[in-house]
Design a protein around this ligand. Structure first.
Ligand SMILES: [Zn+2]
Length: 216
């Protein structure tokens, strides 16, 4: 999650149907009719939404929303885990088909980010790489140990690091780390196709209203 400031306020950001190239192919997202594919339709100030500080760059980001018990909720580590475990439980209880987590909307925006947000995203991506590498590294280590020392001599910790450490735990945690690295903006559940409400620093909120107003 984004390093949260103490006080955030709700800011309504105007959206409209995606007008970019018709085939947005950002795996696993596609602009389909199954869910609205939206884009930010108003100018954004040169301030980081999370911290209200001067932005150092703009990051093109697809924010995904999931159909959950709370409505159309932003896909974050938390909502994904909750949604997926809820679906697993439902599938087990009712013995129905495989659980699936459904996307309900996608919003594209070029969000201004500050240096802290950029560094944080970088750290999380490296954490993701490291977590994803645990399994393969431990597996190779186990095989080498087996070849050098023979069966029964492979250190148990090395085996546990490969399984369940690297697979599946490391991989799952890596997916969360990559997801959090991309989570630059916190949104309220999305209610319609004309706007998204984000939780932002008050200075960003003021500036956003200013630039939206001056743009007409
Ligand atoms: Zn920031």
């Amino acid at each position: 999650m984004v390093g949260k400031p103490l006080h955030t306020v709700d800011v309504r950001i105007a959206t409209r149907a995606w007008r970019g190239k018709e085939a947005v192919d950002v795996r696993p997202l596609r602009a389909t009719a199954e869910y609205p594919f939206l884009e930010v339709a108003q100018p954004l100030p040169d301030l980081c939404a999370a911290h209200g500080r001067r932005a150092v760059e703009r990051r093109g980001t697809w924010i995904r929303f999931l159909r959950t018990g709370r409505g159309s909720e932003q896909a974050t580590s938390g909502s994904l885990a909750r949604s997926f475990s809820g679906e697993m439980w439902r599938a087990l209880r009712t013995l129905t088909a495989t659980p699936k987590v459904e996307i309900s909307a996608v919003v594209y925006g070029e969000w201004p980010v500050c240096g802290d947000c950029v560094r944080r995203a970088k750290r999380l991506r490296w954490l993701g790489h490291t977590l994803a590498a645990i399994g393969p590294a431990a597996l190779v280590g186990s095989v080498v140990a087996f070849l050098l020392t023979g069966p029964g001599q492979v250190p148990i910790l090395l085996v546990l690091a490969a399984f369940p450490g690297g697979f599946p735990l490391g991989v799952i945690l890596a997916i969360f780390a990559y997801g959090d690295a991309r989570a630059l903006i916190h949104c309220r559940p999305i209610a319609d196709e004309t706007s998204v409400i984000i939780r932002a620093h008050p200075e960003f909120a003021d500036a956003a209203q200013g630039v939206a107003g001056s743009a007409g």
